[in-house]
Design a protein around this ligand. Sequence first.
Ligand SMILES: *Cc1c(COP(=O)(O)O)cnc(C)c1O
Length: 354
Amino acid sequence: MKVHNFSAGPSILPKEVMKKAAKAVEELDNSGLSLIEISHRSKAFIQIMDEACSRALELTGLQNKGYKAIFLQGGASLQFLMVAFNLLEKKAGYVNTGTWSEKAIKEAKLFGEVIEVANSKNTNFNYIPKGYKIPADLDYLHLTTNNTIFGTQIKEIPQTDIPLIADMSSDIFSRVFDYSKFDLFYAGAQKNMGPAGATLVIVKESLLGKVTRVIPSMLDYQIHADKESMFNTPPVFAVYTSMLNLRWIEEQGGIEALGAKNKLKSNLLYKEIDRNSKFKGFTAKEDRSEMNATFNLADPSLSEVFDTLCSTAGISGLKGHRSVGGYRASMYNALNIESIELLVNCMQTLEEKH
Ligand SMILES: *Cc1c(COP(=O)(O)O)cnc(C)c1O
């Protein structure tokens, strides 16, 4: 039976990407060697890393604009502290839109003054704060563009002259976006880019080198940028598979085509959530994420029935995060509209029969 993977992360990747990645683990491009047994300093791997970095810049429209793409390890969670270590001299601002922002704030506080410019805590983060004042004396303002757990997404980037930093772990490469408004953004690979183990950081080089503290080499963006992501051994499999997925995105027509597909998918699901008397959406409508839809049953006692309907249909990974409950349908780039149609069918069956 075909399984429809709605998991929030690690999550769905295109089948053809996984096939090619699996093949390269056996043998990379008729070299007689596996991808995971060659030197990361071999010509073959340097080419892979170069292609991954330049594709990331190209897809985000940042090629030749003073930005550098680097692949690191440690997940988005290490970026919570690296951002502050490298950029926070006196004071930084954070918009707190949920669990991941809170974790970023906690780490940043180790390095300087941190102010929460706005938050949506009072309603369990079910909306994106807007129209807040941004103090003029911040070293940077940090946003989480898509809140994977709560299912909200920033649609409009705040206007400011202060350097903007973003955690884009769960919506990078998913929509047309003016990436050049950001001075640095990062994403753990395992949501919309590749397997766990690699983190993509795209940084405007002019942003670096301004803090007075000494930065340990492994945590220094400048060193990783200067060494072309090869300061130490990179996670070769995760980088290679991410590169294959970036190629796949290009083949699909780039972010524009995928963004349109993602809109169709999420519209279809949200329309059903609003229409179906058995379900309630969790977030404010204008802030709904195109990547992660969060919703609950109007009558929670129907959960067993609905779960069985879904699992019988081959739907996997729909359980909501413990801090929201209910359901979360993650609809990353590789998920096809047929999977959403199937979920909508299950929701309609529940309404008709129960
Ligand atoms: C998953 C996620 C993280 C954590 O990523 P790790 O790679 O596990 O550290 C951080 N931010 C967002 C928005 C996420 O979705």
